[in-house]
Design a protein around this ligand. Sequence first.
Ligand SMILES: *Cc1c(COP(=O)(O)O)cnc(C)c1O
Length: 427
Amino acid sequence: MLSNNKFNLKKAKELDEKDILSSYRNQFFFPKKNKKNVLYFAGNSLGLQPRDVSKYIQNELDDWANLGVEVHFLASNPWLTYHKILTDQSAEIVGAKKNEVVVMNALTTNIHLLLMSFYRPTKKKYKILCEANAFPSDLYALQSQVELHGYSFEEAIILIDSDENGVVDHDNLYKMIYDLGEELALVFIGGVNYYTGQVFNMKEITKIGHEVGALVGFDLAHAAGNISLSLHKWKVDFATWCSYKYLNSGPGNVSGVFVHQNQSKKKPFRLSGWWGSSEKNRFFYDPKKRFQVLDGAEGWQLSNAPVLSMACHKASLDVFTKAGFSNLLEKSSLLTFYLEQVFLDFNKYSDDIQFSIITPKKPIKPGCQLSISVNHSGKKIYDYLKENGVIVDWREPNVIRFAPVPLYNSFEDIYKLSKILLNAIKR
Ligand SMILES: *Cc1c(COP(=O)(O)O)cnc(C)c1O
């Protein structure tokens, strides 16, 4: 198996030696099975914990203990403006200007806040285009938003057709946008589909959405920290993402928000709270002035920052910055290439179990997640992997998702995975 000499243990070790990021895996805690580190390929679902996280939290706890309420002004990172220390790094990861991003709340909450501003249907223009196999939370959010405006799901939500694996044909997607034309209020899809790993052509979708007068927003839960993004340049209207998948910031943690400056300048309606108000009026409600919104994405904030959660996020973003995002993207495509070779190779040798990679390569190449559909016994293979210390992610009815993450996965990890997979299919 693994037919040629392109990928053997020696080659894997050589690639790891050449990899300038290979030491970064030491900055993470790996779960253990029988006292050995597992092979972790589930960073698309929950990123591993950076070892420094507890230091960052302890620093905030110490400042709070020592300063009490003065922590807002005198802490090493003053809590009054804590969210700002996440801005530059978040802007880099999604390709935004600094005043276009803010970190706050959790992802689904932010989807709602953004839809309150950017889904303002009229009698003629009220439809939302989204993926049929969107992440359930997104569909729940969309349903309640259209109902808020008096529409049913069936009336207002148009699901994008996909093939039997859930993969969307882009030409068909563009045609659906043109066909909906003036009725289309909003395109809202995942930048990377959570199930198939398909990467959408966000630039083109945004351009075509704008041609028919619709707004275009993306859920970047599986894109942020995984693929190269240029939200500002692409003129995406708004986007939001979570920090606990590729961004390794801990379960349920804070979410990032992007609002293009072309949109924030228009000062659209929003649900408001004191943290989105101009600093002058934050503590005093002036009945004459009412709510004076902050410029940019920060104006969507409601509450003061959950500093302990944000400290985890900061710890993780600092690892990204040290590693360099472009280095990570480069390594990611090499790792993913090798993983792909493993599956292609298996198929050559096995006339029973066949793996098909459902993650499409076009029009945009995938990030580090490959979704593999297995012709039969998929669940058994998944269980065997788990028993043997490989953490991947199973989706009914027959899909296993593998994500080799450049910060903490190695070429040797992929080699070891191939060996265990081979044993799994021999059984
Ligand atoms: C992970 C994920 C969510 C989860 O939302 P939370 O509000 O963070 O629980 C929502 N949407 C997508 C597309 C996801 O991948």
